[in-house]
Design a protein around this ligand. Sequence first.
Ligand code: PSU
Ligand code: MN
Length: 303
Amino acid sequence: MIPLTFSPDIITARAEGRPIVALESTIITHGMPFPQNVETARKVEAEVRRAGAVPATIAVLKGEICVGLTSAQLESLGQASGVAKLSRADLAACVAQGGTGATTVAATMIVAHLAGIDCFATGGIGGVHRGAEASFDISADLQELAQTPVTVVAAGPKAILDIPKTLEVLETLGVPVIACGQDEVPAFWSRSSGHLAPLRMDDPKAIATAGRMRTALGLPGGQLVVNPIPAADEIAREILAPSIDSALAEAEAKGIAAKDVTPFLLQRIFELTDGRSLTANIALVLNNARLAAAISTEFARAK
Ligand code: PSU
Ligand code: MN
């Protein structure tokens, strides 16, 4: 028996064969400040429902792997401090010890797959950090995409990362990177990264069909769909670049390392842009939720 705890909504959705979209929780605990984190999590869930699917936010609460959170659980997770950030390496130990933790893209993919969920929406995935040639800091999200069959919708690698190196590693790992609606890989807060995506598919059905074909061919791993932030909400690359550079310099000066790097950079960029980065982050997650709902609808239809 796999120890998963489904919320009442997800029990019903599974029984009815409805499309389900997985949502991560690290974005709630480590990616955004309270109360915007809880507000956003609720809006994202509502957006998935409006688009005809059922949201399953995933987290570990007191040793239980929860697939779907109740409103009260979401609120208390968003207010809690010192919640662990769980990636592939941390998940089993947290559950075994009865701990509480938020799941990253990697851990959310693992749980989604165990729960039979094909599609997952997030903000941005982790990737190869700038200076990785010295620090070796490459997110476990990339390895997960290589081995776990879930289609992940993101607004591109976060612009704090080294985007060309991230694309190279994804190619090496055999992960399809599919841009939706444009030829370029988007850069999270900005629509443009200056790098062409290896694949482009504008139709959710084509994306689901490609994912199912991967499975039919016996190829392990998922797909990364990169969905540009809506034009009205983006922060142009040139405008953001100085804030990213100073946040990176500060992280280095303070010796921030490992799991703390991404949360530190996101928080500093939020401060340096007077909150504009957060407004953009919220808009892009909602946009990804809509696309993921459409893709999961196509996966459900084919079952
Ligand atoms: N996307 C966001 N905000 C976040 C994250 C993604 O918009 O906070 C989180 C995700 O959970 C992702 C993690 O998996 O950051 C990457 O962390 P790391 O670089 O330490 O692997
Ligand atoms: Mn890292």
